[in-house]
Ligand binder design. Sequence first.
Ligand code: NAX
Length: 338
Amino acid sequence: MRRDPVTVTVTGAAGQIGYAILFRIAAGEMLGPDQPVRLKLLEIPAALPAAEGTAMELADCAFGLLDSVEITDDPEVAFDGANLALLIGSAPRRPGMDRGDLLSFNAAIFAEQGRAINAAAAEDVRVAVVGNPANTNALIAASHAPDVPLGRFTALSRLDHLRAEAQLAEAAGAPVRDVSRVIIWGNHSGTQVPDLDHARIGGRGAREVLTERGLGQEWITETFMPTVAMRGHAIIAARGGSSVASAAHATLRHVRDWVHGTPEGTWTSMCVPSDGSYGVEPGVISSAPVICSAGGWRVVPDLEMSEDITTRLEASVRELRAERQAVQDLGLLGPRTR
Ligand code: NAX
């Protein structure tokens, strides 16, 4: 029997990541080969014609799983009945804009979208924020959606997680499929903390494998951590543009694992509202190792943390706290109290 379609709202649908992700969603790569989808595309008025063009190409693919495509510039229409909301669109920095201008401009977008999600989305809505600053944008949207459980708001650190797996595999001379249990802690920014203390490579501890190859703590702190954290800048330098296909891929994996569960015996990294564990105060959305099952997520408990990782995570959380404070000072945090 054919399943009921899932409604997926994608913001910034005419942007680069939007273009890279929509066809893969329609092909079943996010929710599986038996799950029909309805796509709802949100854009700013100036980008509606480009979104129409993308919708024409989606039609031309004749995807069997794609029930409908709707395009709008009205957030309440876009999020009406949304089961999954991918908040990809955000405003880029323009000449003359300082950091405060950028933050307040984007905060206004995510506040409006949070209110629309609260008013119109399906009861089971799950939100994945990609648009930067992703953690704080997710916090803003959640703060304006007090009727949606807080845990339904997440932001993307999966691209950083995948980058960490790839760097570790390369250094270990192992296939990337053998790598598991890396962790990204903190903010999706340069202060993020890539951690391989618990990582496994083909059933062995990553540190043991690295030691055999003559790579110790110095390689971890001087090469691995900065390479992962600054990979976005390296891509821009090489390509002349930011990560697009890899960001779309990471978003698909983030949602797929959230909906279908992380594979047995491992975890992924997601920016989630802190439960207070690992010294991360509740009230920020911070990346952590999570296990997903039955459509929910939980932070992996009781992992040992080195002093170095703890200190770095504290610095990243300080940055998240400062971002939250800046938004609060602008009066852009919403009515959610818990
Ligand atoms: P683009 O500039 O190509 O596309 C953004 C799109 O969002 C545009 O089409 C724009 O019209 C639309 N938009 C702007 N305001 C909107 C609003 N209020 N409602 C709906 N749509 C709106 O950027 P793209 O390369 O697609 O990147 C999108 C976002 O992802 C950026 O904020 C970028 O910084 C962020 N990234 C996040 C990553 C992560 O790992 N979290 C990695 C990749 C990427 O850099």
